[in-house]
Design a protein around this ligand. Structure first.
Ligand code: C5P
Length: 243
């Protein structure tokens, strides 16, 4: 079954501080989005990448992808055996993913959704997700155990005010979820057409349909670049890879 990846890259990245949209910020001199597309194209199972650009930035993102294709290589819209498409995104991550899904040609039966903000995910993680979907799971998420204990609180009315703790889930049973998340296409399309609640990951929409979601091992290098400190870590990981 041909596999496509949708990369939502339309976020502003407000928590990272002022500047360009997060996906277009540089990491080792190359935009984060380019790293993310390369990470997906590294998997032999991936034949199409759909990048969901900032609503007013689709042309810029298209040029950027063409500029990072191999010189003298394949025609515009392709990096060797991986084709790419660019579509304008929406005002929420969920809407951006749906717009990416709408752009998929019919032959792609497996869809991965990968955050542009996770530029350094290793190819083994991508392959593990694809393999689990191929083996029949309707939804697959890579995840890692937590270092911190997590507490559920009653959010304070005023920022900075102490917040009462409501519960402490057993840490050994918790996982921090990463991307790419992999899906049987029809399942993901149904989830996006049914669930309207605000969600932070695609798999939770499939859970809301009552379908099983399974976890495969993620990787510490698949962390999300969200705050300024994450950029420092990402630069260090890249530098280590280049040794
Ligand atoms: O904000 P957060 O880090 O959760 O964003 C995750 C991913 O969703 C990022 O790659 C971001 O660019 C993308 N996104 C999007 N459209 C939005 C908001 C976020 O494509 N409106």
């Amino acid at each position: 079954t041909p596999t496509a990846v949708v990369i939502p890259a339309a976020g502003r990245g407000v928590r990272l501080g002022p500047g360009a949209p997060k996906a277009l910020r540089a990491l080792g001199g190359t935009p984060m989005l380019i790293h993310a597309v390369r990470a997906m194209a590294a998997s032999r199972g991936v034949s199409l990448v759909v990048v969901v650009a900032p609503p007013d930035g689709a042309d810029e993102v298209k040029s950027l992808l063409d500029a990072h294709a191999l010189p003298g290589g394949p025609p515009s819209g392709s990096w060797g055996r991986t084709d790419f498409l660019v579509v304008p995104g929406g005002s929420t991550r969920q809407e951006s993913v749906r717009l990416g899904l709408d752009a998929l040609p019919p032959e792609y039966g497996i869809v991965l959704v990968h955050d542009a903000a996770r530029p350094l995910v290793p190819v083994d993680t991508v392959d593990a997700v694809i393999d689990a979907v191929r083996e029949g799971a309707p939804a697959v998420v890579p995840a890692v155990p937590l270092a911190d204990t997590v507490k559920q609180v009653e959010p304070a009315g005023t920022p900075g005010e102490p917040e009462p703790v409501v519960a402490t889930p057993e840490r050994a049973r918790l996982r921090a979820v990463q991307t790419p998340q992999g899906f049987d296409r029809a399942t993901l399309v149904r989830a996006h057409g049914t669930v309207t609640d605000d969600v932070t990951d695609d798999a939770s929409m499939v859970e809301q349909l009552g379908l099983e979601v399974v976890v495969v091992p993620g990787h510490e290098e698949a962390f999300k670049v969200t705050r300024p400190l994450d950029l420092v870590l990402a630069e260090a990981v890249l530098a280590r890879r280049r040794l």
